[in-house]
Structures are given as structure tokens and as C-alpha cells.
Design a protein around this ligand. Structure first.
Ligand code: SAM
Ligand code: DTB
Ligand code: SF4
Length: 334
């Protein structure tokens, strides 16, 4: 695919600013779909003319038994999902999975720990060895393991960690309905520690947890007023898991996901917008719309942390059908 910028694109459409108001964001989210899609597509094509899509593979290193009470999460010990506390994977097992992900074409390897906060000692030393090993393979490395201290953040940075994922999940206003064991403020402080250590930020949220459009705008406002913007912004739609308080929640309309991705792209033009959990429920047309209007990364591989994701073959087919560039086929990556 040739990289070109269509002549009628206004460079100012991709303005990087950090003072977005709630009304502006709500206005973007709620504008007529055709206008939103055009505006987002304009920004997206300007920023990513080659339609390069980053493939990020996920692995749960420590699964289940988490002390936090996140209402969406099958790994919380407060929920009765069928995810029992399992022994942590060792360094060798994790690196084997990272190698397989690289061979399948992944660019980034994300490792998750079902922890409230990072624990020092052997588990943390193993985490550092995993980060070093993943980086030595030439992959980006991302960790998501809850809160951390400044000292832990610096050691992760020194090990070569590319990104730390810590999501806002929802608006500060809706937050109390979803999590009670950790405050919104603690989340913001964790993000600040990651930033101060020089690690890039991966921070986004989930839609479909009973929030309003204003809640979605409010969460996006917190992200889009960070300076700099998070380098990656995962947009998840709730995977409603049996045994969680959100079991049985009605699925979000796929077009709501498209609106969320499009608005995220307009607000944070240069960030990597990752179309994250919930793709199995989206259908290929909605996923292609997301790729068209702003998503430039997906989770790649048939499992997220504990729930399902489209398999590699289905995703290769989807990406080929959409005509985007992804590393597994080694096309003209820009
Ligand atoms: N314990 C760490 C933490 O909370 O930061 C890391 C793992 S946690 C599973 C990472 C993120 O996955 C959550 O913040 C949430 O946004 C997302 N997530 C978890 N369960 C989900 C679900 N059922 N549906 C959609 N997203 C989910
Ligand atoms: C993110 O925002 N989504 C990913 C990743 N960051 C760690 C996790 C999705 C988890 C979905 C539920 C599960 O598989 O347990
Ligand atoms: Fe624990 Fe993270 Fe799940 Fe919350 S989202 S229960 S912190 S693993």
C-alpha cells in the first residue's frame, strides 16, 4: 500500500492539545456518525498514512486470586468466576510464549499479574528477567501488575520496559460503582510514577459497564488532558464474565465502540489506540470501521488474560481484508 496524504486533508485536524473540555469531548462522541467518522479518519490517515497496525500479544503470568474488587474482573477474589489462583509462570515459560508470539508476527508482548500492587522479592526479580528477555528478542515489552513504587518503576525502566499498562477503567464519577478497594487518585499517582521513571504509558478504559456518555467523555478527558498523552490507549468493551457482578450486562452496540475509538483518535492523534477486549463480540464490519477511524493496534492471539480473543488466523484474514499493514506479513511498514 502506498503512503500518501490526500490533498484535501487539513493538517490542523490532527491538533495535539491537552486542554480538551468535557463539552467538546461529549460533542465529538455524540455528533452525527458520518461527521465523527470523517473527522477521525482524517486525523488517523494523516498520522498513520500506511495504516500500520501493531500486534500486541498478551500473557497472564499470575492468574486469579487478586485482592481488588473490580466488578468486571474474573480474577478478583471477591468474584466467583471460574479462575482459580494458579501458580505464577516462570521466566522460561514466559519467554517461550514470547518467542512464539514473535514468530507469529507480534511486535509487542504484554504480561499481566493479577495483583493489587507489585510485590518485591523473587516475583519482582522474575518480572525483571522476563522484561529483559522479551526486549532481547526485539519485542516491545509491556507489564500490567497494579500499583508500583518509584523504586520498582526505576528498576523496570532499567530492565528496558517499554510500557506499563494501568487503566482508568471508567470516569471518576462512575468509578465507585465498579471498584471500591483502590481510589481513582491512586490510579493517577501510579500513572505519574510510571511517567517519572521514563516508561511509556498505556492507559485506557472499558465501555459497557453501565456508564453514561458523559462518563465516557469524562474518562477520555482525563486521558486527553495528560501531558504528554499516554503513548497507548486501550479501549476495551466489557467481556461480561460469569461470576462477576457485571455478569449478564447487555453487550454494547458495536457502533458505540466505533464512536469511542474515533473520538480517542481525534483527542490523542499520535497515541496508539488499541482495540482491546471485546473484539469477539464486535463482528468484522465494526472492527474494520475501528481500524478505519483510529485503531492502530490489536491484541493478537486467541486468549487475552483469561478470556477469549479471535484466533491468529481469523485476525490475519481480517487485517488482510481491511488492507492494513501488520508485521506478520512484513509488508511496507512505515
Ligand atoms: N491487576 C492489574 C491492574 O488492574 O492494573 C493488571 C491486570 S488487569 C486484568 C488489566 C485491565 O484489563 C483492567 O484494568 C481492565 O481495564 C481490563 N479488563 C479486565 N477484565 C476485563 C473484562 N472483563 N472486560 C474488559 N476489560 C477487562
Ligand atoms: C487492557 O486494557 N486490556 C487487556 C490488557 N490491557 C491487559 C486485558 C483485557 C482483559 C480481558 C479479560 C480477561 O481476559 O481476563
Ligand atoms: Fe485485580 Fe487487575 Fe482484576 Fe482488578 S483488574 S481484580 S486489580 S487483576
Amino acid at each position: 500500500m502506498k503512503n500518501f496524504v490526500p490533498k484535501n486533508i487539513d493538517i490542523d485536524s490532527a491538533v495535539i492539545k491537552h486542554d480538551w473540555s468535557l463539552d467538546e469531548i461529549k460533542g465529538l462522541l455524540e455528533q452525527p456518525l458520518m461527521d465523527l467518522l470523517w473527522q477521525a479518519q482524517t486525523v488517523h490517515r494523516l498520522i498513520n498514512p500506511g495504516y500500520h497496525v501493531q500486534l500486541a500479544s498478551l500473557l497472564s503470568v499470575k492468574t486469579g486470586g487478586c485482592e481488588e474488587d473490580c466488578a468486571y474482573c474474573p480474577q478478583s477474589m471477591h468474584n466467583s468466576s471460574d479462575v482459580t489462583g494458579q501458580p505464577e509462570l516462570d521466566v522460561e515459560a514466559v519467554l517461550k510464549r514470547a518467542r512464539a508470539a514473535k514468530e507469529a508476527g507480534a511486535d509487542r508482548f504484554c504480561m499481566g499479574w493479577a495483583w493489587r500492587e507489585i510485590r518485591d522479592g523473587k516475583p519482582f526479580e522474575s518480572m525483571l528477567a522476563m522484561v529483559r528477555g522479551v526486549r532481547e528478542m526485539g519485542l516491545e515489552a509491556c507489564v500490567t501488575a497494579g500499583m508500583l513504587t518509584d523504586g520498582q518503576a526505576s528498576r523496570l525502566a532499567a530492565a528496558g520496559l517499554t510500557a506499563y499498562n494501568h487503566n482508568l477503567d471508567t470516569s471518576s464519577e462512575h468509578y465507585g460503582q465498579i471498584i471500591t478497594t483502590r481510589t481513582y487518585q491512586e490510579r493517577l499517582e501510579t500513572l505519574q510514577r510510571v511517567r517519572s521513571a521514563g516508561i511509556t504509558l498505556c492507559c485506557g478504559g472499558i465501555i459497557g459497564m453501565g456508564e453514561s456518555v458523559v462518563d465516557r467523555a469524562s474518562m477520555l478527558q482525563v486521558l486527553a488532558t495528560l501531558d504528554p498523552h499516554p503513548e497507548s490507549v486501550p479501549i476495551n468493551s466489557l467481556v461480561s464474565v460469569e461470576g462477576t457482578p457485571l455478569e449478564g450486562t447487555s453487550p454494547v452496540d458495536p457502533l458505540e465502540m466505533v464512536r469511542m475509538v474515533a473520538t480517542t483518535r481525534i483527542l490523542m492523534p499520535k497515541s496508539r489506540v488499541r482495540l482491546s477486549a471485546g473484539r469477539e463480540q464486535l463482528g468484522r464490519e465494526a472492527q474494520i470501521l475501528c481500524l478505519l477511524v483510529g485503531a492502530n493496534s490489536i491484541f493478537y492471539g486467541d486468549t487475552l488474560l483469561t478470556t477469549g480473543n479471535p484466533d491468529v488466523e481469523a485476525d490475519r484474514e481480517l487485517l488482510q481484508l481491511a488492507g492494513v499493514n501488520a508485521s506478520w506479513e512484513n509488508k511496507d511498514i512505515d
